[in-house]
Design a protein around this ligand. Structure first.
Ligand SMILES: *[C@@H]1O[C@H](CO)[C@@H](O)[C@H](O)[C@H]1NC(C)=O
Ligand SMILES: *[C@@H]1O[C@H](CO)[C@@H](O)[C@H](O)[C@H]1NC(C)=O
Length: 403
């Protein structure tokens, strides 16, 4: 064998080794997903390296990559699309063209991206909003909240809250011809986190007269306390959202100080003074047997009280809606929760299902056995997956039947 062919062989082995990730057998289009994931991992490596060199912040590299997918607000035959501002917060607005005397439904959509990246203009989010507007003949408001590391909690939450509050005013609903009894707040991943937090906060806001009919939480992040749940353990290295990235997103939501990230990575970030909060995320009580499997519940290990004092955000229900007391959950709207089996955030969603059902909230739980985190991102060519389309259809169909 010549040197050239030996090199070629070696190179192919290295590429195959790099591309190969343990994608569960049950997931369709495994190799396509592995390739997509290899792309994500390469971006992560570039970001790490650039940050290590001191050139840019890790998230800036991720942001540059996601911005490639940005689209202009282009209207089509069915929907008028504009970029505007609600309460000084940018939003992308989708208004159906179809004339009718009936009042319309409305969906306030909050995109994912770990509070650090992403945007309503990204192609998959733009498409999802169009489909929703089209299928439901609904007004869709996609919120362009400010992101970390430039802005930390509670800025993201407050931006979204400001938009929701603005839109729920009687005069604004009337301006868009929206039925005040048929408004939904909806979001995926970090957007599901913000949607859940906003829905809780609205319950205490006496200034808001209209009530949400539905909250739809798509593989949401809901708690910061226990980053060692069975789903974190089982899916630590699954495609798109490895545990290390989720830890980075969580910590970056509150601060760029690496000491929080390091404490979170070893799950020793919660101060003993906050031990009472652990009952809200006790998976040993809140997960059905099927998800507990042979995992053994271990008591929490506490961290220094310094972190909790410096960054109280990570103990705040506006950042971690699972930390809300039961009395704060009464009155929440009908809730749709979608969880994916191969996702570090799976158990966050499932525990919220249990908590909400316990206090009598109507919850529809769609658990997708063969899905990964971020499935909804894969609906545009060339990175589209049958899975993405299936999950998007499931969600939009449910919304259409229930909003
Ligand atoms: C507009 O709506 C019609 C009917 O639902 C659909 O067939 C068509 O594809 C839509 N156009 C766009 C650009 O989405
Ligand atoms: C979690 O639940 C288990 C089993 O019910 C219980 O033994 C444990 O004390 C609980 N831990 C916390 C911190 O609530």
């Amino acid at each position: 064998m010549g040197t050239k062919s030996l090199c070629l062989l070696l190179a192919s082995v290295l590429v195959a080794y790099y591309v190969y990730t343990p994608v569960p057998e049950t997931i369709e289009e495994r190799w396509k997903l592995m390739l997509i994931n290899a792309g994500f991992r390469s971006v992560a490596h570039v970001a790490e390296f650039a940050e290590w060199l001191g050139l840019v912040h890790y998230m800036e590299v991720l942001m540059m990559i996601t911005s490639i997918e940005y689209t202009a607000p282009i209207s089509d035959e069915n929907v008028t699309v504009t970029d505007t501002k609600f309460n000084n917060v940018p939003v992308r607005l989708y208004v159906p063209r179809k004339q009718s005397s009936e009042l319309k439904r409305a969906v306030i959509y909050i995109h994912g991206g770990g509070w650090c990246v992403g945007g309503s203009a990204m192609e998959p989010y733009d498409l999802l909003s169009r489909w929703t507007a089209n299928e439901l003949n609904a007004v869709v408001i996609s919120v362009e909240y400010r992101l970390a590391p430039l802005h930390h909690f509670p800025v993201q939450f407050e931006d979204v809250y400001a938009v929701v509050k603005f839109f729920l005013q009687t005069s604004i609903l009337a301006r868009y011809g929206v039925d005040p009894n048929r408004v939904c707040v909806s979001g995926d991943s970090a957007g599901g986190n913000l949607a859940a937090a906003v829905a809780q906060q609205l319950l205490d806001d006496l200034e808001v007269k209209a009530k949400l009919k539905i909250q739809a939480l798509l593989y949401p992040a809901l708690q910061t306390l226990d980053l060692d749940l069975p789903s974190y353990k089982e899916n630590e290295n699954k495609p798109i959202l490895p545990k290390s990235l989720m830890v980075r997103f969580w910590s970056e939501y509150f601060t760029t100080d690496v000491s929080l990230k390091e404490a979170m990575a070893s799950n020793r970030h919660v101060p003993a003074e906050s031990s009472h909060l652990f009952r809200f995320v006790n998976w040993s009580n809140l997960l059905p047997e099927k998800f507990k499997k042979d995992h053994v519940y271990a008591s929490p290990i506490y961290g220094s009280s310094r972190l909790g004092k410096k960054y109280p955000g990570f103990l705040d229900p506006r950042a971690a809606p699972l930390l809300a007391d039961d009395t704060k959950l009464f009155g929440l709207p009908v809730t749709y929760i979608l969880t994916c089996q191969h996702d570090v955030l799976r158990d966050d969603g499932i525990m919220y299902v249990s908590r909400l059902r316990k206090v009598g909230i109507e919850v529809i739980h769609d658990h997708i056995e063969d899905a990964i985190h971020g499935a909804l991102m894969f609906i545009t060519s060339p990175t589209d997956l049958a899975l993405g389309h299936r999950v998007a259809n499931k969600y939009i169909e449910w919304l259409n039947m229930n909003l």
